[in-house]
Design a protein around this ligand. Structure first.
Ligand code: PLP
Length: 402
């Protein structure tokens, strides 16, 4: 009993990441406080440049959350009532919630049962003349099978919006998540691989016109007309290819947008963390490989289903999700043994109360339903020790043998 107690393993230990960077982070926060420049400005612009370079995209636009990243793209593309957007039934709520939020209809599709990602064949079947966009989800940090998805979208003439909230730095055949569709949506929620000290998000795009529209949408559509006095156009005119949506255009609104701005304080924190992201991802990948070995050594590889990394894809392991028999009982045993786990996600979108008006029922998407009932996410953060991982595997072995 004491042995299992001492093996307490949290799902995520953000403090372990924070402590070695504490001085640098506090200095960055102090820099913003001393400048009193809290909205947009050099920290946000700096982060946007650094992330565009890291992700290999032409443009990156900081926004207030991953949810708002998706919402901003849908608004910038003019998607609304009467339109349909195809997406996976199995993701974090924001993916489909944002579609409904702009008044469009989420058309849900099932997942590929081996990767849990949006199934390209199911997308093709869900197309209609009203389809205005496709949102594949790079779930858990593994890119969806993008070539067939991009092919379906190209044939149908509709844009692909990548929900890359869990997949910063993941790649597919050498291309980064967020660089393959018309836009990529990222989240800096603290539990993501690059987490802020609060909410934050990012949209990436290689389309200059969409980038311009996104900068408008992010800041209440503010952009002064050509006839406005010169000083209200500061930072906007043709001389400035990247209007930052700062104070200059405050009271001239070209379109309806919202306040989707990223805080300078969050940008400053993220700029301290970004140089470590690749190493943190490597640590997660090494931990995933260690779990694979430990499960194999324990003779469990045949009883549980481990995550896969198809050829040509680089998984960033935001989550390490396994299928396990009798999941709820096993999970309760793990909790009793001090091992924290989570279920991502227990209820697919088609069974959510708020989406009842869409008319789906149980049985419509059996692969997502099976995943919701049988999967569990294990601790996978980079600072997790080999001893902690051994304790997790031992606890699962005990739970399965009792
Ligand atoms: C986290 C997440 C979001 C939303 O991001 P927030 O920053 O929490 O708003 C969207 N989609 C997926 C798949 C996510 O994991």
């Amino acid at each position: 009993m004491t042995a299992t107690r001492s093996a307490t393993v949290p799902l995520l230990d953000l403090k372990a990441q924070y402590l070695p960077l504490r001085d640098e982070l506090l200095a960055a926060i102090t820099r913003v406080c001393d400048s009193q420049h809290f909205i947009m400005g050099p920290e946000v612009e700096g982060l946007e440049r650094e992330l565009a370079a890291y992700l290999g995209v032409a443009d990156a636009i900081g926004v207030s959350s991953g949810t708002d990243a998706i919402l901003a793209v849908l608004m910038a593309l003019g998607i609304g009532p009467g339109d349909e957007v195809i997406t996976s039934t199995y993701s974090f709520f924001a993916t489909a919630g944002c579609v409904a939020r702009v008044g469009a209809r989420p058309v849900l599709v099932d997942i590929d049962p081996t990767t849990y990602n949006t199934d390209p064949a199911a997308i093709r079947k869900a197309l209609s003349p009203r389809t205005k966009a496709i949102i594949p989800v790079h779930l858990y940090g593994l890119c969806a099978d993008m070539d067939p998805i991009l092919e379906v979208a190209r044939e149908a003439g509709v844009p692909v919006i990548e929900d890359a909230a869990q997949a910063i730095g993941a790649t597919y055949k050498g291309r980064t998540a967020g660089s393959m569709g018309i836009a990529g949506c990222f989240s800096f929620f603290p539990s993501k691989n690059l987490g802020a000290f609060g909410d934050g998000g990012l949209v990436t795009t290689n389309d200059p016109a969409l980038a311009h529209e996104l900068r408008l949408v992010r800041n209440h559509g503010a952009e002064p007309p050509a006839s406005a006095p010169a000083d209200s156009r500061r930072g906007f005119g043709a001389a400035s290819p990247k209007p930052q949506g700062g104070v200059g255009g405050k009271y001239f609104h070209k379109r309806i947008g919202a306040n989707f701005r990223l805080d300078a304080l969050q940008a400053a924190v993220l700029r301290v963390k970004l140089p470590h992201l690749a190493a943190w991802t490597d640590a997660r990948r090494a931990n995933a490989a260690r779990y694979d070995r430990l499960f194999d050594d324990a003779g469990l590889a045949g009883r549980i289903t481990l995550p896969v990394e198809p050829a040509g894809r680089h998984h960033i392991f935001n989550q390490y999700v396994i299928r396990v028999p009798d999941r709820d009982r096993v999970r309760a045993r793990l909790t009793a043994d001090g091992v924290s786990t989570e279920i991502y996600y227990p209820v697919p979108f088609h069974l959510q109360e708020c989406f009842a008006p869409l008319g789906y029922r149980r049985g419509d998407f059996p692969r997502a339903e099976e995943a919701a009932d049988s999967t569990v996410a294990l601790p996978i953060y980079g600072e997790l020790s080999a001893e902690q991982q051994a304790a997790v595997v031992a606890a699962i072995a005990r739970a399965l043998s009792s």
